[in-house]
Structures are given as C-alpha cells and as structure tokens.
Ligand binder design. Structure first.
Ligand SMILES: [Zn+2]
Length: 313
C-alpha cells in the first residue's frame, strides 16, 4: 500500500471495537481440507525468492520486477491457470513514463462471473544505496496469492477465478489502474475483487500495547453486512480475527491513502482489501523475511482461501 497515515490504524482499531460480533456458523465451503495444504515453508519460500538480492527490491520497470513477474507466471501456469489473452504477462506501457506489467491467470468455471484475487509484486528497489526488500510489502501478499490460487485451482468453483499480480503499485497503482482502464477483465463481470497487501506482521504492531497477532484488517466496499458476517465467521474458524472498516471512511478522511482495490471501486466492483497494516519496518530496508510472523501469514492465507472459495460459489 502507498501513502498511508497513522490515523488509519486508529480508525481501524475504532471500527474493530465498535463492531458487534455475531454468533453464526461459518458458511459451508469446499476449501476445508484443501487449504490445509498451505504451509509456512511454502509461503516463506515465495517470500525468500521475491526478496532475494537478485530481484533488487522489484522496482517498477526494473529487471527485478520482471523477474518477480516471471516467478509468479511460472507458479500460476504450474497450477493450471491460463492467460486471459495471448500471454500471462501483460505489458503496461505509459507514453514517456516507466512501463510495468501485470501477471494475469484465469481458471474458468461454469459461470463467467469473476472473483479476482490480486496482490502487487513491485516494491521500492534501492534507496540511498540500500536494498528495500519489501518482505511484508508485498512479498507476503504475493506468497499468499500464489498459495491461495494453487489451492483454489483444485476446487470445483462455480465462478471464474482470476489471479493477478500487479506491477507498479508503489509508483501510483500503475498496474491496477491499467488493468481496469484496459478492461483486461471486464470490470462489469467481476463480482468480488480481493486485494492482498501486507499480510505478514501482527495487526496493529505499530500501536503501543494494542498488537493483535492473530488479527487481520479488511477494508470493505459494497460488501453486504450478512456476507461480511459470513467472512468473519470463516476466518474465525481458522483462528483469524477479522477487523473490518468501511472504505467510505478512508475515502472521506484519508484521501491520500491508495491501494490496488481502489481502481475497481471506481468501476463499482465490490472489494475486500486484506492487510495486517503498518509497522516500524514499513518502506524501510528492515522489511525483511525474518521480521514476518509465519504462523499468522499461513493462517491468514488459509482463511482467505476459504473466503474466496465461498465467494466463488
Ligand atoms: Zn504494498
């Protein structure tokens, strides 16, 4: 995510405190057994690859960003995903500006209605001569994306599943804006967009005395209350405590806050943006793999697998 402010987390905390938990059983989901195949080791292997020196912080337009895209493409292809057009890697070219790319994989279901899961693969590259590896921002989200999509590829989903790794997020949502603008997948066909950005630290870690290691924030837009209750119950069954915040609060109070679900919101697509939020390592050279909480990352990925499986029925 880019340009967030500390107030956001205070808002999230306030919203979480204000939300009454409802006692409802989680909706039936076909992801119950399959998601058990997501392991901490597999997630950390993805993060280790994305944060390796050779990828040099995955800056927009860099060979490192391209290498990250090739890695995502390899894994989506191995899981049986196909391109939406000629190729899975879709170039994003802006006249006179740095180009980037999106990686787009599709698994078609009986219905052409789409559930889209996305995570940005770029980060900041080097600044002041120091590598910014971006382990949480957003190698953690890409790792979750790859494992979630691999698990979902084995399930008989009714809707069409689209998995996307966006490029150029840190430079101003370049990849996701192009995806929507060019209708790489027609926004009118997308029922739900699920954005994953920073999933690897305890929730509220940057707030003194308020850390919730097993918490997970979600910013929602156009998600009905009953559906959100079901999502919260599914996550809770996996040991993940969801704290929700309506998008409209962010748009009114934090207009500088930007993330990849926003271009979809602007086309009236309902969105869920999952994140464990800010911390002291955010956009610093210390955003490294050893600072991640593997158990939480794994539980969140399993919970989101079940949520997406439910949304795609
Ligand atoms: Zn990010």
């Amino acid at each position: 995510m880019i340009r967030p402010l500390f107030l956001l987390l205070l808002l999230l905390a306030t919203a979480a405190c204000g939300r009454q938990e409802k006692k409802s059983d989680p909706p039936a989901s076909p992801g119950q057994e399959m998601a058990a195949g997501i392991t901490e080791a597999a997630l950390l292997a993805h993060v280790n690859h994305m944060t390796a020196k050779e990828l040099a912080g995955r800056k927009i337009g860099s060979p490192g960003e391209k290498a990250a895209a090739a890695y995502v493409e390899k894994h989506l292809k191995a899981a049986g995903f196909t391109p939406v057009g000629d190729a899975m890697i879709v170039p994003v070219l802006r006249p006179g500006l740095t180009g980037t790319l999106n990686v787009v994989g599709v698994k078609r279901g009986p219905s052409d209605r789409v559930v889209l899961v996305g995570a940005h693969l770029d980060h900041l590259g080097e600044r002041d001569g120091k590598l910014h590896p971006g382990a949480d921002d957003n190698a953690s989200g890409v790792a979750a994306l790859l494992e979630i999509c691999r698990e979902l590829s084995t399930l008989p989903l009714k809707k069409t599943l689209v998995c996307v790794a966006f490029g150029g997020e840190e430079a101003g949502l370049v990849g996701s804006r192009a995806f929507v603008r060019d209708a790489t997948v027609d926004p009118a066909k997308i029922d739900r967009m699920v954005n994953l950005d920073m999933l690897g630290h305890p929730l509220f870690e940057s707030m003194f005395g308020q850390s919730k290691p097993d918490g997970l924030g979600v910013i929602v837009n156009r998600i009905p209350e009953a559906e959100l209750d079901g999502i919260i119950a599914l996550a809770k069954a996996q040991g993940v405590e969801i704290m929700s915040l309506p998008e409209i609060w962010i748009q009114k109070l934090q207009p500088g806050f930007a993330y990849d679900s926003m271009p979809f919101n602007e086309k009236d697509v309902a969105t869920l943006f999952f994140s464990s939020g800010l911390h002291a390592d955010y956009h610093r050279p210390t955003d490294t793999v050893d600072r991640l909480a593997p158990r939480q990352l794994r539980n969140r990925a399993v919970a989101i697998t079940k949520i997406v499986a439910h949304l795609a029925q």
